[in-house]
Design a protein around this ligand. Structure first.
Ligand SMILES: *Cc1c(COP(=O)(O)O)cnc(C)c1O
Length: 363
């Protein structure tokens, strides 16, 4: 059997082995056409069929209501939070943002050329260990939208509720949490997510947009960045990243074949609970995030003695436990445990952590 390491990369992240095997088997000859899926026109009927099935499967998985459009674009989540103001300000001059960490902050900065970003609530003073509560959200009726990040990938901080923003459209950057458990799409005006965490390889970005938000872009928005125009053209205004799209479609099939998002949620909560319990029960490791706001996808932890960090990472890697180093901006460790990371990888990590602690700390 081919070697597969325990991959805790934050992104581009692990993909399900079964998906990669299917892609491998179909690599040279897709649908018996004698060409790879990446060697054919995106306008070919069979690729259009793939795209349509891909959307249908996603709609089934996420129970997306009919008045929401599914759009695929390029440029990652970063392009999307940069394009939001162009598409959604609709003549207004401000939007509201909730600040819970690095990705929220980047979205806030991207607003600057277009209008004011009101930071209506922030958990910065609490070192991003908790999220603002509903009653702290001072939403302005003059704002074009409210933006937030339900799961801060770098801090390992997650909302335990969906903000109620009344009539002001709620926009969520779900890059690192989409498809990890069922969510009520109707509570959002728009959801977007880069693919490389829970959807597929980098290169494609998913947008789920309520239809009343379309057609409101600024006059100078290039068509390629315009949600309405992309939707009208089946997300194929120019050549889309066809191979990423194909792999995303295989991931959606894999999710459906494995019980959908309810089944994923069960496994994901069990994985996270096991890892947090191991951290909480140790003397060496700790996680300071408010318990209700601990991410089930990105588990951060620090070692009581930072001098042990590099040994920890070296030994982890020697045990095929990869990519545990925390983001450069926060340090410490981070295990990203997306859908494709199985419970056995969590167990291998926990055993390693316990063994490491016994050898270096509780000697
Ligand atoms: C990874 C990530 C991004 C950035 O994605 P890119 O595709 O690199 O632009 C943005 N927001 C969140 C929450 C992320 O996890």
């Amino acid at each position: 059997m081919t070697k597969r390491a325990h991959n805790f990369c934050a992104g581009p992240a692990a993909l399900p082995t079964a998906v990669l095997e299917k892609a491998q088997a179909e690599m040279l000859n897709w649908q018996d056409r004698g060409v790879s899926v990446m060697e054919m026109s995106h306008r070919h009927a069979s690729f259009m069929e793939l795209a349509a099935q891909c959307e249908a499967n996603l709609r089934e998985l996420m129970q997306i209501p009919a008045n929401y459009k599914v759009i695929f674009m390029q440029g990652g989540a970063t392009a999307q939070f940069s394009l939001l103001p162009m598409n959604l300000l609709a003549g207004k001059t401000q939007a509201d943002y909730i600040d819970t960490g690095i990705w929220s902050t980047k979205a806030i900065k991207a607003m600057a050329p277009y209008g004011s970003a009101n930071i209506i609530a922030s958990s910065q003073t609490g070192e991003y260990l908790t999220v603002p509560q509903q009653h702290e959200l001072n939403i302005s009726p003059d704002s074009a939208f409210v933006h937030y990040c339900p799961n801060e990938t770098i801090g390992g901080l997650a909302f335990d509720y969906i903000p109620d923003t009344g009539d002001v459209p709620l926009i969520a950057d779900m890059s690192s949490v989409i498809l990890s458990e069922p969510i009520d799409v109707s509570k959002f005006a728009m959801i977007y997510a880069g693919a490389q965490k829970n959807i597929g390889p980098a290169g494609i970005t998913l947008l789920i947009v309520r239809d009343d938000l379309l057609g409101k872009s600024r006059f100078d928005t290039p068509p390629i960045f315009d949600y309405q125009k992309q939707w009208e053209n089946d997300s194929m205004l120019n050549t889309p990243p066809t191979y990423s799209w194909y792999l995303a479609s295989l991931v959606f099939e894999w999710l459906l074949a494995n019980g959908g998002l309810e089944a994923m949620a069960k496994v994901n909560h069990a994985k996270a609970a096991a890892l947090y319990a191991a951290i909480d029960n140790s003397q060496l490791y700790s996680n300071k995030v408010n318990k209700a706001n601990r991410s089930i996808m990105n588990v951060t932890f620090t070692l009581a003695d930072e001098a042990l960090n590099s040994t920890f990472l070296q030994e982890a890697e020697a045990n095929d436990l990869l990519n545990l180093k925390g983001h450069r901006s926060v340090g410490g460790m981070r295990a990203s445990i997306y859908n494709a990371v199985p419970m056995e990888s969590i167990q291998a990590l926990i055993s390693f952590m316990q063994d490491f602690e016994a050898r270096y700390w509780n000697k």
